[in-house]
Ligand binder design. Structure first.
Ligand code: ZN
Length: 178
């Protein structure tokens, strides 16, 4: 805990105590300039298998059924909930149609790998990450609202307006170096 001169420092103490792990490849999809902390937290938790989907709750014996609350017709796991569920598919389709880009359904792992290309500080890469993380957060929130018996907050087509909501940060981003 002492430095080369034998002087104690908090930094050296912290470095000697903390557990060092390899840096995950997806960190820049979660944490980046302008990220929204509550959105980033859900994505970070999801990547660490920390959210309680029904498949996970079933493993713990906490639920008897694994019926997705958004569509009522399939097992709820990460791939289904965020991408294969008809509800989520309509969300992604609506958003991609607005961005004039085709939606390609992928698994959770493949989507993260695909998103790794957006790692720069350009406006485009930041806006794409903001939209991706916001939709993951919104789908998870909608799922929780319905799980707890509340009325649906949003229809999938309403979420296509998300790009309009990110436009307010564009002037700020344009002034930053790529
Ligand atoms: Zn579903």
């Amino acid at each position: 805990m002492d430095d080369v001169h034998g002087v104690f420092s908090v930094r050296n103490a912290w470095e000697s105590l903390r557990l060092r792990c390899l840096r995950v490849t997806w960190y820049h999809i979660v944490w980046f300039p302008k990220c929204i902390p509550r959105h980033a937290f859900i994505l970070w938790l999801t990547n660490l298998d920390g959210i309680y989907t029904q498949t996970k709750l079933l493993r713990f014996g906490l639920v008897q059924s694994m019926c997705c609350v958004l569509c009522g017709c399939s097992v709820e796991d990460l791939d289904h909930l965020f991408f294969a569920c008809p509800f989520s598919e309509r969300v992604w389709h609506a958003l991609h149609a607005k961005c004039n880009s085709p939606w390609v359904q992928r698994s959770w792992a493949d989507t993260l790998s695909w998103m790794e290309q957006f790692c720069g500080r350009s406006m485009e890469s930041i806006v794409i990450r903001l939209m991706f993380v916001a939709l993951i957060y919104a789908i998870w929130r909608e799922r929780n609202v319905r799980t707890h018996g509340e009325a649906p907050k949003n229809e999938p087509t309403d979420w296509a307006n998300l790009p309009n909501r990110t436009e307010r940060i564009e002037p700020e981003l344009e002034s930053e170096p790529n």
